[in-house]
Design a protein around this ligand. Structure first.
Ligand SMILES: *Cc1c(COP(=O)(O)O)cnc(C)c1O
Length: 233
């Protein structure tokens, strides 16, 4: 078995173990394999091990990898998620090539994605990114403006609002890891209470996926624990 296949099993086991521990019986917890900086061959190894969903942070790198993968293995059909910072000049490539975008933080970006989503594709599945830790340096809309932004995004014709996403600052212990995830879940429940049909809480990475699942994550985004540590640039 490839190292990537073994790592995927370990991560799946971590997900199942934590889900049982937290007493969650219903609902899926999806695994998004974050393949940024990794070659198409690594994506292929994960696909061959049964992994379907992949996350990329840089638009051009992601699109190049999709094409390289198609050349390597024309029959595979990965589902691509965009999880990096989204600038106006990159929305067209995201709208044309990805199935999901997790990092909507402004209405203008969402409007561009909706206008640029090709007619022959299903609506782009989107999450609104929330800056739950409240750090000025972090991306995401503020908790207070989340509902208004979500309501407007949900009304755009070529997008389907699926839920919320966050990238909290690293924390050293479990309780500290849980706090921002619990805060995001509270905002998520509030959206549901106010009538928005959202089903996705995109939270948790290699180092904090247990805390995220404990607080209700439905989708964890895992890179290093699957593909190995990334080189520091
Ligand atoms: C890189 C990245 C991940 C994965 O991080 P790991 O620590 O490698 O698991 C998840 N989400 C986002 C938005 C990322 O940029």
């Amino acid at each position: 078995m490839s190292a990537i296949a073994t790592n995927l099993q370990v991560v799946q086991h971590r997900i199942i173990t934590e889900r049982a521990k937290s007493g969650r019986q219903t609902g899926v917890i999806s695994l998004l394999a974050v393949s940024k900086t990794r070659p198409a061959a690594d994506v292929l190894a994960a696909l061959q091990a049964g992994q379907q969903d992949f996350g990329e942070n840089y638009v051009q790198e992601g699109v190049d990898k999709m094409l390289a993968l198609r050349a390597l293995s024309p029959d595979t059909t990965p589902i691509w998620h965009f999880i990096g910072p989204l600038q106006s000049n990159k929305t067209r490539l995201v709208a044309e090539h990805f199935a999901w975008a997790h990092t909507i933080e402004r209405l203008k970006i969402a409007e561009r994605l909706s206008a640029q989503r090709p007619e022959h594709l299903p609506p782009l599945q989107v999450c609104v990114q929330v800056n739950v830790s409240g750090e000025a340096s972090k991306s995401g809309c503020s908790p207070a403006e989340t509902y208004e932004l979500c309501r407007k995004v949900a009304a755009l014709p070529r997008l389907q609002l699926r839920g919320l996403m966050c990238i909290p600052a690293p924390a050293c212990d479990f309780a500290a890891q849980c706090r921002p995830f619990a805060a995001l879940r509270q905002i998520f429940v509030d959206l549901q209470d106010r009538g928005l049909a959202v089903d996705t809480l995109s939270m948790g990475m290699s180092d904090d996926l247990e805390a995220a699942i404990c607080e209700g994550s439905t989708l964890v985004r895992v890179g290093a624990a699957i593909f190995g540590a990334r080189k520091k640039s």
